[in-house]
Design a protein around this ligand. Structure first.
Ligand code: IMP
Ligand code: MG
Length: 176
């Protein structure tokens, strides 16, 4: 089986939506700082594009958690592979995610971050697949609600491939 990628969201559509999200975030945090937490590796492209367009002062930190192996199904386990460098006390923390799928990773992560006493804690995601949700998770900023398909590009991978695609595409499997 070979993979074929069908475009779901073009580079222009994604970039325009990120600009809208950044404008909304800049308005909501007017007069304050925002501390972005990039959830590696998938969110790295989105975080950069978003951060560049936010007009209030931004600080950044990175965290790596895993909930997926090399396949397309979520597993129940969430593990912290790399923790944050800085404490969160008193900060306006905005978690930046590539995609919310089952919501398991995020629900674990948000509880974990909440216990570190941030001043505020919000969640921002480029993509949302609500059909697959198994947890009750509040998303504050959503880019696109997408159908229940496995997508790649703009940071998202299939077996670590395709993260660098500048658009979001659906993975299709075809006979060789
Ligand atoms: P959740 O815990 O099921 O919400 O899964 C979240 C993580 O699974 C995301 O941060 C992605 O890394 C990965 N994931 C979920 N859906 C997709 C997809 O369609 N393509 C690539 N990765 C995905
Ligand atoms: Mg992720």
């Amino acid at each position: 089986m070979k993979e074929k990628i069908r475009i779901l969201l073009t580079e222009q559509e994604v970039n325009e939506e990120i600009a809208r999200m950044a404008a909304r975030i800049s308005e909501d945090y007017a007069g304050e700082n925002v501390h972005l937490i990039c959830v590696l590796k998938g969110s790295v492209f989105f975080t950069c594009e978003l951060a560049k367009r936010i007009t209030v002062p931004v600080t950044l930190d990175f965290m790596s958690v895993s909930s997926y192996g090399n396949g397309t199904e979520s597993c129940e386990n969430v593990r912290i592979n790399k923790d944050l460098d800085e404490p969160l006390d008193g900060k306006n923390v905005l978690v930046v995610e590539d995609i919310v799928d089952s919501g398991r990773t995020l629900s674990y992560l948000m509880d974990n971050l909440r216990s570190r006493n941030p001043r505020s804690l919000r969640l921002c995601t480029l993509l949302d697949k609500p059909d697959r949700r198994v947890t009750d998770i509040k998303v504050d900023y959503t880019g696109f609600v997408i159908p229940n398909e496995f997508v790649v590009g703009y940071g998202l991978d299939y077996a670590q491939k395709y993260r660098n695609l500048p658009f979001v595409g659906i993975v299709e499997f075809v006979e060789e």
